[in-house]
Design a protein around this ligand. Structure first.
Ligand SMILES: Nc1ncnc2c1ncn2[C@@H]1O[C@H](COP(=O)(O)OP(=O)(O)O)[C@@H](O)[C@H]1O
Ligand SMILES: [Mg+2]
Length: 344
């Protein structure tokens, strides 16, 4: 039996909702060799989008070659160079294995050399690129990358990553090496309208039924978050004999919360008591964190703490701040705090 709705993997074809606008913008950047940075929280669909656009671009232009790497595990420039060399050699099928471990910054020129030699264009896609911000002497390394890459006329770079504050640190700060190096793309979530259409269609393709209205509600419960919508849709689908009802969606959501419980408990345990209080205040919709009443109700200490806590939680990607609005980044974590944590 085919089980629809995939989460936790790169999705493609039937499991990929349109993302028409984002796909065509990124495709245009690929075809015009425009360096691009893509930023969104994790599990919003960056890797899947890049994957899809690589396919579209290779269909549209046979002169394009692709190198893909994931910088997630790189901890030093040396490791970055080694992986860069290895992936370039593998993806551009040079027919040799990369064994030389003593590589240095020269390997950054490999894609350009190959592009020239083969009279092709190369697109290098680097996932979890924010990782380079963690290297010792990161600015120095960023300068080296930029110096090599900006000279290359036949190679474009697609640099994407999940940690917004770190990506913005690299790309958004005046005077830093990567400032203005890339076209910046902030990947949004997927629209509720798209989810409605997609969920309804996948149910009906697999012999079950759900109304568009209920599909929309399902996506709403998890705030249209791509990974969670797929997860909740799968839980719901598995519980649906033939026709889905609102009760089924609710019980699927409860079971999803149960399955995430331990993970969220551990996450809470890793925070200080004040940070936990701060998260609870956010969940309760508090706006003015420094008021005497809020400070005492949530045991936040002095108002001077607020800034420190905010920064610590931004660094851990737990909260999002836009202007004066502070929110919990993970919509299911937020509901878990409201529904489960308060009753512990
Ligand atoms: N275009 C899409 N259509 C449907 N589901 C998607 C889409 N993009 C992402 N998802 C869902 O989100 C999950 C995470 O996607 P992924 O591409 O790995 O995100 P990221 O690279 O931003 O962490 C996927 O496993 C899938 O469940
Ligand atoms: Mg990814």
């Amino acid at each position: 039996m085919e089980i629809p709705f995939i989460y936790g993997k790169i999705v493609s074809d039937r499991d990929f909702t349109d993302r028409t606008q984002e796909s065509s913008k990124l495709l245009a950047n690929f075809l015009s060799q425009t360096n691009t940075a893509i930023i969104s929280p994790r599990r919003w669909g960056k890797s899947s989008l890049v994957n899809k656009v690589i396919k579209l671009a290779s269909e549209a232009n046979s002169k394009l070659l692709f190198v893909r790497m994931n910088a997630f595990k790189c901890e030093t420039p040396q490791e970055f160079y080694e992986l860069f060399a290895k992936r370039t050699v593998k993806d551009l099928s040079l027919g040799v294995d990369w064994r030389d471990a003593s590589v240095g910054e020269d390997v950054l020129n490999l894609p350009q050399l190959i592009a020239k030699k083969r009279k092709k264009k190369v697109i290098v896609c680097i996932d979890e690129f924010q990782q380079i911000g963690e290297f010792d002497q990161s600015s120095r390394f960023q300068k080296i990358l930029r110096n090599h890459w900006q000279e290359q006329t036949d190679v474009a770079y697609i640099l994407y990553g999940s940690k917004k504050h770190m990506m913005l640190n690299i790309f958004g700060e005046y005077g830093k090496p990567f400032y203005r190096f890339c076209d910046m793309m902030f990947l949004p979530k997927i629209d509720n309208q798209d989810w409605q259409e997609y969920i309804t269609r996948r149910f009906s393709e697999t012999g079950k039924a759900i109304s568009p209205e209920l599909s929309g509600k399902l996506a709403d419960i998890v705030d249209n978050h791509p990974y969670y919508v797929q997860q909740l849709a799968q839980y719901t689908w598995l519980r649906t004999p033939r026709k889905c009802t609102e009760d089924i969606v609710q019980s699927a959501f409860q079971s999803m919360l149960d399955s995430l419980n331990l993970q969220f408990v551990n996450l809470m345990d890793s925070l200080t008591e004040k940070q936990r209080g701060f998260l609870c205040a956010i969940c309760d919709g508090v706006r003015n964190f420094s008021s005497v009443e809020t400070l005492s109700r949530y045991r936040l200490g002095t108002s001077g703490n607020i800034r420190i806590m905010k920064n610590a939680l931004i660094k851990r990607d737990l909260i999002e701040v836009s202007g004066s609005i502070v929110d919990i980044q993970d919509p299911v974590f937020k509901q878990w705090i409201l529904k489960e944590y308060y009753s512990i």
